[in-house]
Design a protein around this ligand. Structure first.
Ligand code: 13P
Length: 255
């Protein structure tokens, strides 16, 4: 049985004071005993958020990192540094990194390997653009992103990783995919991992949906058998709204 995982990707938002307020409020509103909740703040907030996250049983995630352990890489952050301050998850290959900063599938693959080497679980983002979707290339695009990102990993690593299926056109647009469409892509992802590794390995991989997730649509995604959680952007910035998403998931599991 896969534990649901709901992650907040704050992107480039919040100050330290706002982050501490958020966590305090979230802690009092959450009934998340059956859901793993990960908060991914910007780098400068990681330490502060970690202090408050720990008290509330929340996990800490970073939004990005470099793959080298140390060295002359001005402006970059290593997996070791993240591990050192308590980071447990790292988002790799978010579409904003791919589109705005030119990150390639090969670079994502290096980050994924480096994350495992530092004992941090990667949340690997994949997803098609609107143009690719309209050209019916979703399965091919996502398939290639997964194949390259997982290249060289061993089954015990694959079993622990998280895939976030985030169609680019659904991010920040208010236009979420339908549960059925997202569920179908999640099914294709699991099938592909099954072919690359084994059905047993594929069965353990957690697959999130991301893109305009809100409290009123989260259950549409969670009712899909192959979707195990969500990567939430805009709706993760308000503690009450984000708690609404997590509580909907844990409530549905208790029913
Ligand atoms: P939104 O939830 O704002 O659409 O963002 C999704 C996302 O990019 C999460 O990583």
């Amino acid at each position: 049985m896969r534990t649901p995982i709901i992650a907040a990707n704050w992107k480039m938002h919040k100050t330290t004071a706002e982050a501490a307020d958020f966590i305090g409020q979230l802690g009092s509103e959450l009934k998340h005993d059956t859901v793993e909740v990960v908060i991914c703040p910007p780098f400068p907030l990681l330490c502060r958020v970690n202090d408050v996250c720990r008290e509330k049983g929340l996990r800490l995630g970073a939004q990005n990192m470099y793959w080298e352990t140390a060295g002359a890489f001005t402006g970059e952050v290593s997996p070791m540094l993240l591990k050192d301050i308590g980071v447990q998850y790292v988002i790799c290959g978010h579409s904003e990194r791919r589109q705005l900063f030119g990150e390639t599938d090969q670079q994502v693959a290096r980050k994924v390997k480096a994350a495992f080497a530092a004992e941090i679980i990667p949340i690997i983002c994949v997803g098609e653009t609107l143009q690719q979707r309209q050209a019916e290339q979703t399965a091919a695009v996502v398939g290639e992103q997964i194949t390259i990102a997982l290249d060289g990993l061993d089954p015990s690593q694959v079993r622990r990783l998280v895939i976030a299926y985030e169609p680019v056109w659904a991010i920040g647009s208010g236009l979420a995919a339908t549960g059925t469409d997202a569920g179908m892509v999640a099914q294709q992802i699991r099938k592909l991992i099954g072919e690359m590794y084994s059905l047993r390995t594929a069965r353990d991989v957690r697959i999130q949906y991301g893109g305009s997730v809100k409290p009123n649509n989260i259950l549409e995604f969670m009712s899909e058998p192959e979707i195990d959680g969500a990567l939430v952007g805009g709706a993760s910035l308000d503690a009450t709204v984000f708690a609404g998403i997590v509580n909907a998931v844990s409530g549905a599991r208790r029913e």
